[in-house]
Design a protein around this ligand. Structure first.
Ligand code: CU
Ligand code: ZN
Length: 367
């Protein structure tokens, strides 16, 4: 079939929205009619050409939600008409990592996905007969996508898809960091560094876990206001003295849980230093630049602080994403304030401009 899609032709150039070809789903693959897609930093990062693992030409986008249009042979997990959220982090349910409760890093299709191919090493996307690669296994800046069934989470049909798409990446990453990776305990004190989509999700996750005090740190007053709306009890302007101020707020000890959601290694260091002696857990969610390292004084670790990382919030996508969407439907998560702009696919480059200008939290493309 032919469809409209936003293609990254060359790095550091605007995406080109154009007609491309999409082949039928193969075995264990599904054709999804996309309804909405968020624009995430990772899309812009790849488009910029800074990401060393990036490739072009490719159809960008990875925060998609839509409806299953057709199933390929041997599909058993989904049926036509199912509402789905796309998963750049799949869950095969069979690999050694999927069988372990300790990680969500499914091994099933990693290698081909990282290269821009579907699991059989080919693409379903093409233009003028030339193959186009699939970005993050999702390629959701498009009217349709073909994806492996293990990379789609079936969600409640009641959930509006223009909100549900945020659960495909940033929002779930933040929620999961607090609820699954750190497993914040009720009554604890939490500090979240960064009030973008991931940080705001972490604030909401801490609140859902029953944290007593949630401090959010950011540079922008508007974002800190949004953090209050998600349950932050205190907000702090970021800066070199922020660790000192957190220590002062916590009787000199630091927080039970800290979360880093900026990707800035200097902020990661602050997040480690703001964690409490004895048991403070620092969860790193942000993606640092290639070659950057995190500086930690080892004494901080000997005296009981712990540091861990969280990819996609530690969530096993097919199980945990639908459960988060159910939380949203139950009224526990206020998603609307995250949607700052609604765009058409033709306006995708405008979405990148808005992100660069730090205007709002998320732009959502309505397809
Ligand atoms: Cu993302
Ligand atoms: Zn797996």
């Amino acid at each position: 079939m032919r469809m409209r899609a936003a293609v990254l032709e060359r790095f550091a150039e605007p995406l080109v929205v154009q007609d491309v070809e999409l082949a039928d789903p193969g075995p264990k693959e599904v054709l999804v009619r996309l309804v909405a897609c968020g624009i995430c930093h990772t899309d812009m990062y790849t488009a910029s050409g800074v990401d060393p693992s990036g490739y072009a030409p490719t159809v960008l986008g990875h925060e998609g939600a839509g409806v299953v249009e057709r199933c390929g042979a041997d599909v058993s997990l989904l049926g036509e008409g199912d509402h789905v959220v796309t998963l750049f982090s799949p869950q095969c349910g069979e690999c050694v990592h999927c069988l372990s409760a300790l990680t969500n890093l499914c091994l099933a299709i990693r290698e081909q996905q990282n290269l821009g191919y579907l699991p059989d090493g080919t693409t379903r996307l093409a233009r003028g007969g030339e193959p186009l690669r699939h970005f993050m296994g999702t390629s959701t800046f498009a009217e349709y996508t073909v994806m492996p069934e293990i990379a789609l989470a079936r969600i409640d049909r009641e959930a509006p898809l223009d909100r549900a798409c945020l659960f495909a990446c940033g929002l779930s990453t933040g929620l999961g960091a607090a609820m699954k990776t750190a497993q914040v305990r009720a009554g604890s004190t939490c500090v979240v560094f960064g009030a973008g989509m991931v940080g705001l999700g972490a604030v909401a996750g801490c609140r859902l876990q029953g944290a007593e005090r949630i401090v959010c740190v950011d540079l922008a007053p508007e974002r800190l206001e949004l953090a209050r709306g998600q349950g932050a009890t205190d907000v702090l302007q970021g800066g070199p003295d922020v660790v000192q101020r957190i220590l002062e707020m916590t009787g000199g000890f630091g927080a039970d849980y800290t979360f880093e959601a900026t990707g800035n290694v200097a902020v990661m260091r602050q997040a480690v230093e703001a964690a409490r002696m004895g048991w403070g857990l620092c969860t790193v969610c942000g993606v640092a630049g290639r070659g950057e390292t995190l500086d930690v004084v080892p004494r901080l670790l000997i005296t009981g602080r712990r540091v861990c990382g969280s990819s996609f919030g530690g969530l096993k996508g097919r199980e945990d994403v639908p459960a988060l969407v159910d939380h949203y439907l139950a009224g526990d998560i206020d998603v609307d304030p995250f949607i700052s702009h609604r765009l058409r696919l033709d306006e995708v480059n405008r979405g990148f401009e808005l992100m660069e200008a730090q205007d709002g939290i998320r732009s959502v493309i309505e397809l």
